[in-house]
Design a protein around this ligand. Structure first.
Ligand code: HPA
Length: 287
């Protein structure tokens, strides 16, 4: 079995050719969560590759939903977007879930923007709010760095003090002000899913200090921190979490609210991406 590093380098070479990426360019990478995929349609001169064609990605039959890796520019800022992501609840181990982020990292992405849909555990939040992720709590019991360390990517015991990069946080707050949007800030707690949390689990999450709960993102930010790839995150609060919400949760409600928020989400990203590009230095590609 080749190492994750070898697989990521191999995939990155394939992507560089397949998407005809400009050499030496250090793009902003964006992972688009549930219902937020339309962002990729706003990219200019876009070209894409389906996950199923990417070496090292799990076969399409196992992925559970289709995904695309898209390259393009937004108002001149180069962007690499994952339209769709891999989830642990589909049966993937944490290292597989984080693999696409490792590919973006070795391609020389300068920053990573993680987006997701989440349930609000902070009673002050309302469905449709956007929340900047200030930190996370990993309740999945898994870590994408389990196994032999990928020495070429990063250290054995990476620090997570600045996994959510302060420079990008600052840029995101500035983008929210520029677009006259209220941007919440809070801690994201990940559970495995695919069932939504029980009301008791939501009370526990709140007691632990979480403001939102979801089923993604944490393996990705850990892999990014390992590689020294600066990251930031935006949760779309699609619902109040179980037991706080007066009604039962449905995936339809989550998708509906995420889609309703898409316009303001796109406006925020439009204002944010050039600032993110400027806020952090370029990173050298490894492939
Ligand atoms: N819990 C977990 N994941 C979610 C939720 C939730 O309430 N809403 C959207 N994704």
């Amino acid at each position: 079995m080749p190492s994750w590093t070898a697989l990521a380098l191999d995939c990155a070479k394939f992507v560089r050719r397949g998407l005809n990426l400009p050499p030496g360019e250090s793009a902003v990478a964006v992972v688009l969560g549930s219902g937020l995929g339309a962002f990729a349609d706003a990219l200019r001169e876009a070209r894409s590759l389906p996950f199923a064609e990417l070496p090292g990605f799990p076969p399409a039959t196992v992925q559970g939903h289709k995904g695309l890796l898209v390259y393009g520019t937004l108002d001149g800022t180069p962007v690499l977007a994952l339209q769709g992501r891999l989830h642990g609840y589909e049966g993937h181990d944490a290292a597989t879930v984080a693999f696409p982020v490792r590919v973006l990292g070795v391609l020389g992405a300068r920053a990573l923007v993680l987006t997701n849909a989440a349930g609000g555990t902070n009673p002050a939040f309302a469905p449709g709010d956007l929340m900047r992720i200030t930190d996370h709590i990993n309740l999945t019991g898994k870590n994408p760095l389990t196994g032999p360390n990928e020495d070429l990517l990063g250290p054995r015991f990476p620090d997570l003090s600045h996994a959510w990069d302060p420079r990008l946080a600052h840029a995101l707050e500035a983008a929210a002000r520029e677009t006259a949007q209220t941007l919440r800030a809070g801690i994201y707690l990940q559970m495995n899913g695919p069932s939504y949390e029980s009301p008791a689990e939501v009370r526990m999450a709140r007691a632990m200090g979480a403001d939102a709960v979801g089923m993604s993102t944490v393996p990705e930010v850990i892999a990014a921190a390992h590689m020294g790839l600066p990251a930031c995150g935006i949760s779309c609060i699609t619902n109040l979490a179980a037991g706080i919400s007066p009604h039962a949760l449905t995936h339809e409600e989550v998708m509906e609210v995420a889609r309703a928020v898409e316009g303001k989400f796109l406006a925020l990203l439009r204002a944010f991406l050039p600032r993110a590009f400027a806020a952090v230095p370029e990173r050298a590609a490894k492939a």
